[in-house]
Design a protein around this ligand. Structure first.
Ligand code: BGC
Length: 757
């Protein structure tokens, strides 16, 4: 939290004064250093009225599509009076400049606005959806993608993105699983870090190409019951801290400037007004000093949650709990001043919130140069640069996961005719996925147009076959005809863009509409069938699996999805993606994730064959269709010779060094993700059967073999123990290394808390 002037220690001020005197005594040649933002904000706050401070806490959305009292005409007087701190969904250098001018030229302190937008996977150059890029396990490229997204958005006047979404999601019925990095807190934390750094750079915002990031939705939004969006969440504090909070903590440690509170309630308290989350955990335990914004109209929604009787009380609860900015509830503006004057809200709390928001504006350089993000000349050249498109293509192919291959892939490039079938094969809008509002369809290269480069003229036969939804099968005949004259069939099936993302929960994850029936028709032709899956979430494709000779998961791959997919299908790129989420066989298995507990009666069962009293289903296996971490390649990899530098890791000793030999045993160069999992055999509370504790994405040439090293420290073994303290417990640990979460290569070690004499 921004330290309020009251809380700022005189010691710190004295130290600054000494520093200032020391600097001055060096002589007049040194350029004058601007005072630190905190000091400038302190000075500013002391001159602002209560209403002006509250104004900083208010955020409105673009009103261009509205008429009446909330229209853009009504916003202007509010801005002039200093009653607005931020706008969202206003884009474009000219448009943002217009609003910025209004704020800067007419408000008493000339304070600039923050312009926020959901830049979730790119601005004009759309990258694959975040779940897809997590499948690349390629942190450097994920970071680079966000750097491009930030630069493109920044050129359009945006200085704040509502991203990254770092919610752990273990339920693919929840459509927002597409916006995050999947089910695992270790991978999720690594991706959160990379994305924050990508957006914010080094956090100094020296050039207007980095923007403020926002880790959302705090917290446990991914755990909504039954996968229904906006619904109730009820997780234990242990699960909250071990599973859902780590990526947020990683984002805070990476310097994320803002946090968005989640819509859901948590153990009975909506996150919007949750002092445990916003004050105790975020500020006091983690030392977060940025500001917290509500989700859309979430303060107002406290009434529907049933914890506030009216908007005034909702505003009071939220601000007291630690929520700084009101997105679109119109709760803070009308009510906070009276709440402060009546003594229901301490003014110091308003100062702290306004202070944190103003510090962000100083850090972004907006107070000194309000128009630095509104540059029309830069805007024209910043979008869709060739290097950005190349990066989007590269990340899209690295995000593809090869789920099955009986040899149908890679396709031969010469002498064959390809039937490209399916409603997603030539559909620019759908391949972009959710949250791609700033893209233009003509920028998008579809699978059809990309494959036409490899298979010109009549060598590519295209038929959509059906639509993604509905029941019309009249296109089947044309699809069969296209297939009849071809050597191989590529069927592009899955989800449309608006079937995943916000408010898209599903109770069935089957291929929708007539898509499965179309696949059956194609199989009946006897030609090899490659199923190309475009989706925002895992789909229950168990019935489709035997109908395909190969399955390539391409997710929603973005602007350059077509060329990326063509690269993978033709072998120009050897697939290297691995699943960041467990892939269920059917909806009944959900939630299904690899880091589950063992139970007292685990499967596989070891007793009498007729004994059924163990943890299982009588109509389906416990195992998923594809495991977390799984992904095939056109080559093969061997993992062998795992060894430790010591059988014992000591609490006060050096890290344990784990070494494994990885070899490319196939006939193509390729990349794989070496994954290290740990199991704590006995704990004071039940522990997961295994947990990811390290990974490395490596490239190996044909026949190449390399030793890969991981280091384990006591912190890697730490968890929330029975007494709710955090730390490791002594005992035996198993370690597994391989290419997915079912890896069998293993060894074990002991963790000791006291050194041996
Ligand atoms: C979503 C947020 C988003 C916000 C602003 C909400 O409906 O839950 O993720 O940032 O809208 O667009």
């Amino acid at each position: 939290m921004f330290a309020s002037p009251v809380a700022q220690s005189t010691k710190t001020r004295r130290r600054r004064l000494i520093l200032l005197l020391a600097v001055c005594s060096l002589g007049p040649t040194l350029p004058a250093q601007p005072a630190p933002p905190e000091d400038r904000v302190h000075a500013l706050l002391s001159r602002m009225t209560l209403e002006e401070k509250i104004g900083q806490l208010v955020q409105y959305s673009s009103r261009s599509d509205m008429t009446g009292p909330a229209s853009s005409a009504a916003l202007a007087p509010l801005i002039r009076a200093g009653g607005v701190g931020s706008l969202l969904n206003i884009i474009g250098a000219a448009e943002t400049r217009k609003w910025q001018r209004l704020a800067v030229e007419s408000s008493r302190f000339h304070l600039p606005l923050l312009f926020g937008l959901d830049v979730v996977h790119g601005y004009r150059t759309i990258f694959p959806i975040p779940l897809a890029t997590a499948a690349s396990w390629d942190l450097a490229r994920i970071e680079a993608a966000e750097r491009i997204a930030a630069a493109e958005a920044a050129a359009a006047g945006i200085n704040w993105t509502f991203a990254p979404m770092v919610d752990i999601a273990r339920d693919p019925r929840w459509g927002r699983i597409s916006e995050g990095a999947g089910e695992d807190p270790f991978l999720g934390s690594a991706v959160a870090r990379a994305r924050v750094i990508g957006f914010q750079g080094d956090g100094r915002f020296a050039t207007p190409e980095s923007i403020l990031a926002c880790a959302k939705h705090f917290a446990a939004y991914g755990a909504v019951q039954a996968g229904r969006d906006y619904f109730t969440t009820d997780v234990t504090e242990r699960t909250l801290r071990e599973v859902y909070l780590p990526p947020f903590r990683a984002a805070v440690e990476a310097g994320v400037g803002t946090i968005m509170a989640a819509f859901n309630d948590l153990d009975g308290t909506p996150c919007t007004a949750n002092a445990f989350l916003l004050d105790r955990v975020l500020r006091r335990e983690w030392g977060f000093r940025g500001f917290v914004v509500s989700d859309w109209a979430a303060i107002e929604e406290l009434r529907a949650h049933g914890t506030a009787a009216d908007l005034r009380d909702a505003a009071r609860q939220a601000v007291v709990a630690g929520l700084d900015m009101d997105m679109e509830s119109e709760a803070y503006g009308p009510h906070l001043a009276e709440l402060v004057r009546s003594g229901a809200v301490p003014e110091a709390r308003i100062e702290a919130a306004a202070g944190a928001i103003l510090v962000a504006k100083f850090r972004l350089g907006l107070v000194d140069d309000p128009y630095r993000y509104c540059d029309e000349a830069r805007e024209k050249t910043a979008w869709l640069r060739p290097e950005s498109l190349a990066a989007a293509r590269d990340l899209a192919r690295r995000s593809c996961v090869l789920l099955k291959n009986n040899g149908a892939l890679p396709m031969k490039r010469d002498g064959i005719t390809v039937a490209l079938v399916g409603p997603l094969a030539d559909s620019p809008q759908q391949q972009l996925g959710a949250w791609s509002g700033q893209s233009h369809r003509e920028d998008t290269v579809t699978i059809r147009s990309a494959l036409a480069e490899f298979f010109p003229g009549t060598r590519l036969r295209y038929a959509p076959g059906c639509t993604v939804r509905g029941s019309d099968t009249s296109g089947f005949k044309a699809a069969r005809d296209a297939a009849a004259g071809a050597d191989v069939i590529v069927a592009a099936l899955g989800e449309e863009a608006d079937q995943s993302g916000e408010a898209t929960s599903r109770t069935s994850l089957d291929l929708s509409g007539p898509q499965l029936a179309l696949l059956r028709e194609l199989r009946a032709t006897g030609k090899p069938v490659i199923l190309l899956l475009l989706t925002g979430r895992p789909l229950t494709i168990e019935p489709a699996e035997p109908l395909a000779d190969a399955i390539l998961l391409a997710w929603h791959p973005g602007t350059m999805g077509g060329p990326a997919i063509a690269d993978v299908l033709t072998g120009a790129y050897n697939p290297s993606g691995h699943l960041p989420v467990t892939w269920p066989r059917n909806v009944g298995q959900i939630p299904i994730f690899y880091a589950h507990k063992n139970s007292g009666r685990p499967a596989p069962h070891v007793g009498e064959p007729e004994d059924r009293y163990y943890s299982h289903y009588i109509d389906a296996p416990n195992t998923p269709l594809y495991s977390f971490g799984f992904g095939l390649s056109y080559t093969t990899f061997a993992f062998e010779g795992v060894r430790l530098n010591s059988p014992v890791l000591r609490a006060d000793g050096a890290p344990l060094v784990v070494t494994v030999r990885v070899s490319n045993t196939g006939s193509r160069s390729g990349e794989t993700v070496v994954q290290l999992y740990v199991r704590d055999r006995v704990g004071s509370v039940t522990r997961p059967v295994r947990e990811l504790k390290g990974f490395a994405k490596i490239a190996l040439n044909v026949g190449e073999s390399r030793e890969i090293e991981f280091k384990l420290t006591p912190n890697d073994l730490a968890f929330w123990r029975a007494d709710m303290t955090f730390g490791p417990e002594p005992g035996q640990f198993d370690l597994f290394i391989g290419g997915d979460s079912t890896a069998t290569l293993s060894t074990s070690f002991t963790f000791e808390t006291t050194p041996r004499n």
